[in-house]
Ligand binder design. Structure first.
Ligand code: AMO
Length: 446
């Protein structure tokens, strides 16, 4: 490792010699002076070189200085360089109030002269050249925010005695439904990519783990081209024993979200404001709760009738309901509870005394669904009936049903899309921006 100083650390140093490394952002090549803006993962700094344009015998080290001037003139944006120079604080320098006067410059790897993307390139073009797109400081920030958010959620769970799991993504059966299922050859048989860790996170309950979480990949063969769907996404999941209803799951869920957002606001609030013009709001507890039936009434009163015959909220319904909650309750989040049985999977527990609704919820954030959660049905005979009713073959589910045949506590949990959360937090138009490498029906590269 060279003893380079990260750009963000320069301001704490006294004037004097430094080594900085990064890529060339821009070059201003004036006759008498050259300026290079150098970027690294932590920020940008101005480098300066008093240029000489010919061999002048009056000047010390004229040959070296002429060579340096010519090297700088030939630098392409994107070229990675290492510079040794003299750091000097100077209030007049707009960029950070300091600059580095170059003593020597090494071209480490050269970039081609024409960058393949510009700031106004289409999102698809930018995704083709994602590694260059990610050099934008505001793109870099997204993944710093993601790191902080995940870390804070993980800390919350660890502090509350949850066990972290890594469940397999190769499965012998569908985990959510036969729809949107990736099938693949697996030696003499077929395998399926996990649509969620649903079955295996539930398995931790009869395993006696008490409470678990997982942050990992999930796959959906979803052919749609919306701003919120990917064929591979990172799913944030939790599951815990001894819940009395979905209410206990929501209480855990909202605490985890608040822990994540508190850390993001503290660490990145200013940077997010500067990059995206958004003030990170740490939501108050508890989040509002509205039943799905009431949500329909609220929307109707606003002049919007949900078009879906099955009663599920469509994207416009979610937006309108969020707008209502924001106006009336000043909250960015809303739990929509008591989903109708016909639009929920077989493993959701139905309401005692009213089989038409489930002990379940969706969490909506700034107008879009980010999560589904529920209390699970843990009585095996009821579970088998519900599976049959949903057109599933209990024999295919036998390995899962076994989890409920040898003692299991009542339990519940949720799944939450990480990229969706970040998109809604930062007010970005698509999860393509908040996924490191997006995967969609026509994107497998890079
Ligand atoms: P669900 O299918 O609603 O529930 O998924 C949970 C959350 O995962 C995210 N998500 C997606 N993100 C990007 N692209 C997709 N194609 C995609 N599909 C889902 C969303 C969604 O709200 N097992 C249940 C959860 C549970 O009950 O614990 C499940 O997977 O943010």
């Amino acid at each position: 490792m060279t003893s380079r100083t990260r750009v963000s650390a320069l301001s704490a140093l006294p004037d004097g010699p430094v080594v900085v490394s990064g890529w060339v952002d821009t070059v201003r090549d004036q006759k008498k002076v050259q300026f290079v803006i150098l970027r690294d993962e932590s920020g940008a700094v101005q480098l300066v070189n008093p240029a000489i344009r010919e061999l002048d015998p009056e000047v010390d080290n004229a040959a070296e200085r002429l060579a340096l001037t010519e090297t700088i003139s030939a630098l392409n944006a994107g070229t990675f360089i290492t510079v040794t120079g003299q750091l000097k604080a100077d209030e007049r320098v707009k960029l950070g109030g300091l600059e580095v006067k170059i003593d020597s410059l090494t071209v480490v790897t050269e970039a081609q002269p024409e960058p393949p993307i510009a700031e106004d390139s289409s999102v698809d073009k930018r995704m083709d050249w994602r590694f260059l797109d990610l050099r934008r400081p505001d793109a870099n920030l997204i993944f710093r925010v993601q790191t902080t958010f995940e870390h804070a959620m993980r800390c919350w769970w660890v502090d509350n005695d949850f066990i972290e799991l890594h469940t397999p993504k190769l499965m012998a059966s569908a985990s959510e439904s036969r729809a949107e299922l990736f099938e693949m050859d697996y030696f003499e048989t077929k395998a399926y990519l996990a649509q969620s860790p649903q079955f295996f996170k539930q398995m931790a309950q009869p395993a006696g783990f008490g409470a678990i979480f997982e942050i990992g990949p999930a796959f959906r063969a979803d052919p749609s081209f919306t701003s919120r769907h990917a064929t591979e996404f990172t799913s944030v999941d939790a599951e815990m024993s001894w819940v009395e209803s979905h209410e206990d799951v929501m209480a855990m869920h909202e605490s985890v979200v608040v822990a994540g957002l508190t850390a993001v606001a503290e660490k990145h609030g200013e940077a997010i404001q500067a990059a995206y013009g958004i003030e990170v709001q740490v939501p108050t507890l508890p989040f509002p709760r509205i039943t799905l039936a009431d949500a329909h009434e609220i929307l109707k009163a606003r002049g919007y009738t949900v078009p879906r015959a099955d009663g599920d909220l469509d994207p416009e319904g979610e937006r309108q309901l969020s707008a209502y909650v924001k106006e009336e309750l000043g909250h960015d989040f809303v739990f929509v509870t008591d989903y109708f049985t016909n639009i929920r999977p077989f493993y959701h527990m139905r309401r005692e005394g009213d089989g038409s609704v489930t002990n379940s919820y969706d969490l909506i954030y700034n107008g879009t669904e980010i999560s589904t959660g529920a209390q699970r049905e843990h009585r095996v005979d009821v579970l088998i009936e519900q599976a049959k009713e949903k057109g599933l073959d209990p024999e295919e589910l036998d390995f899962y049903l076994d989890f409920f045949r040898h003692g299991v506590p009542p339990h519940g949990g949720f799944g939450m899309g990480l990229a969706r959360f970040l998109m809604l937090l930062l007010g970005l138009p698509s999860i393509r921006e908040t996924t490191y490498l997006f995967r969609g029906p026509n994107r497998l590269l890079p």
